[in-house]
Design a protein around this ligand. Structure first.
Ligand code: PMP
Length: 290
């Protein structure tokens, strides 16, 4: 595997970052996870927009132009002969001193990994996944906006640990008000009386790119979609429930806290959106091997 770091490619064993990089010392930086399908990078422009926004929110000046980042991502895929997989694009604050101030870090570090991805087991897509509500609430926007896709994922990691300890596949995270925010790495949707609902980003949901894509696909399919606050009650009583995320794509949910949803199987709207999502990913994106 060849890894891109600041303009050069390194074999995996030589791809190393300084222990003084604030990305490592403090989780100071931002990242994107991007999919490659059929020799094309899916929704690259949207991911680069979100990366820029994350960087701007944490006063980090991206050291590369949009064109240069695009070229670097494409070239990393080419060097690894990747046709289907996952790109991890990371920008850290860079090498500095001990101490929080980012202003002593001379230059952000950019690295890109293009690899294969481990999805949830196939069974989860056929049968649906089990969600567990976790006690760890989503970070308050007053502390750090959940819309910053930062390198500090401890909030989500602690929630994931809770979910796994409780025997679930995924953890459902609430905000401080008790409304649903999202899962540890995916957005949440429910279907109620023919209307698709997803929490607004103000509830603590990341502005997911798959979330937006699914909202667009639902629009095309004539399914009304609303961003609205909802609670666990609404999931318990939903007709269908599913998660969305770049790595996960569209995943049906069969249970929340051991209460069965949607008769314990993927519902027709979920199945239709899964189908449309797959179709879209197969024919769209930035070509790598043009
Ligand atoms: N929420 C969180 C916390 C995430 O980390 C992610 C991305 N893995 C998502 C939602 C889904 O966002 P996207 O569809 O852009 O991958």
């Amino acid at each position: 595997m060849k890894i891109y770091i600041d303009g050069k490619f390194y074999p995996e064993k030589d791809a190393k970052i300084s222990v003084f990089d604030h990305g490592l010392l403090y989780g100071d930086g931002a990242f994107e996870g991007i999919r490659v399908y059929n020799g094309r990078i899916f929704k690259l422009a949207e991911h680069l927009d979100r990366l820029r926004a994350s960087a701007q929110a944490i006063v980090l000046n991206l050291p590369m132009s949009r064109e240069a980042l695009t070229e670097a991502a494409v070239e990393t895929c080419r060097r690894n002969k990747l046709r289907d997989g996952y790109i991890r694009l990371v920008v850290t604050r860079g090498v500095g001193y001990l101490g929080l101030s980012p202003y002593k870090c001379k230059k952000p570090t950019v690295f890109i990994i293009a690899a294969t991805i481990e999805l949830y087991p196939e069974k989860v897509y056929r049968k649906g996944m089990k969600l567990v509500t976790v006690g760890t609430t989503r970070t308050s926007p007053a502390a750090l906006s959940p819309n910053v896709k930062s390198l500090n994922y401890l909030n989500n990691i602690m929630a994931k640990v809770e979910a796994l300890h409780a025997g679930g596949d995924e953890g459902l995270m609430l905000n401080a008000q008790g409304y649903i925010a999202e899962c540890t790495g995916d957005n949440v949707f429910i279907l109620k009386r023919g209307v698709l609902l997803t929490p607004p980003t103000s509830a603590g949901a990341l502005c997911g790119i798959t979330r937006q894509t699914v909202m667009d696909l639902a629009g095309e399919a004539g399914i009304p979609v609303r961003e609205e606050n909802f609670t666990r009650y609404d999931i318990f009583t939903a007709d269908e429930c599913f998660l969305t995320g770049t790595a996960a794509e569209v995943v049906p949910v069969r249970e929340l806290d051991r209460r069965v949803i949607s008769g314990g199987r993927p519902g027709p709207v979920t199945t239709e959106l899964m189908r449309r999502y797959k179709e879209l990913t197969a024919r769209n994106g930035t070509p790598i091997y043009a």
